[in-house]
Design a protein around this ligand. Sequence first.
Ligand SMILES: *Cc1c(COP(=O)(O)O)cnc(C)c1O
Length: 457
Amino acid sequence: MSNTVNNPKTREWQELSRAHHLAPFTDYKQLHENGPRIITKAEGVHLWDSEGNKILDGMAGLWCVAIGYGREELVEAASKQMRELPFYNTFFMTAHPPVLELAKAISDVAPEGMNHVFFTGSGSEGNDTMLRMVRHYWDLKGKPSKKVIIGRINGYHGSTVAGTSLGGMAGMHKQGDLPIPGIVHIPQPYWFGEGGDMTPDEFGIWAADQLEKKILEVGEDKVAAFIAEPIQGAGGVIIPPDTYWPRIREILAKYDILFVADEVICGFGRTGEWFGSDYYGNKPDLMTIAKGLTSGYVPMGGLIVSDKVFQVINEGGDFNHGFTYSGHPVAAAVGMENLRILKEEKIIERVKNETAPYLQARLRELADHPLVGEVRGVGMLGAIELVKNKATRERYPSDKAAGMTCRGYCFSNGLIMRAVGDTMIIAPPLVITKQEIDELVEKARMCLDLAYRDLQG
Ligand SMILES: *Cc1c(COP(=O)(O)O)cnc(C)c1O
């Protein structure tokens, strides 16, 4: 990141950061030295920083700004709701119209048989809710020994204690003595990184079979649920081989355990279907949601619960769980308006039929670049693997920081593309146009060229 600052306000804000702000997922010393880039406004798929630079947001904020920035309708929905009823809780036998209407609207687009929604303030809280509900469910079913939840190495399910534990990020587990007991992990279906000499299809079967192996190792009578993202997002946009989900479905059908899809990234159109589970034909019992639900304009998450699970919970007396902001009326009103726009403007259809095929075709043109070992993607998700040797998939030594080098060039050339190790990832707003996709891919190629030049030197 460049340290040249021309606007005196930028300096001031960076000083405030140094003096007072503890940012998430940040190396504080590094932040202190460099100061943050200050983002001041946004419109459509573009951001502006305090230095006046215009930046194409290839990450939709943080996977969330589905309908793009600057939609007045969401502003209107929020201000109208704030005037009418800015807050009331949904505890203790009360409700308000926005939360009820949103629960119905979500059920309408959710897979068949998923008609109940528990609202939270975030995706992490959605997964905490899931953990408590799933264990409560098995207690009510008279199987209190079923408590273990199986997640995946390098999965991401949020940053609370339960979210971090369910996820499989080693760097996160190290801080806070996690995972908590009762959560175990299986390998991820990451062929490019871990497939060795297997074909992608062989590796997909191998990775799926790890679930069965783990169920047998722990004991079916102890396993409550399996949680997975349809496509791992934060782990590096990991698209499972075609054989993976069908094999997982076969295994899940054999054992009496619940299946939780973490749809926080894949939900609300990112794959070109309403949910990643629709894209793969999976039939989860519970789905965690957040991010695209409100396009990130206000925080909101939740857990969509199937009729099957609901029927048991419904007979269980009090569910002693909830958040002050569960079903917050302003967030619900914004969520309703966001869903209306997604539907009425046929944004998901356009992603599926026009813009995602275009993005995927254009991204794959980058596969010929000498630095690129693989390009993959689904819908409005993409990953570019940086390698030293295309044939062997050998990486650059980590001190070369290939991914960070490329990300730095993206930042300074007006493109936000994230680096997960040496995997460059994108997830632009769903409303990105073909012309803006051209801008994204051209900038990405230029930054790959610049990074390649450095890595050669
Ligand atoms: C972002 C994310 C979460 C956590 O959501 P927060 O709103 O940040 O708590 C959970 N699961 C997945 C798959 C995510 O990408």
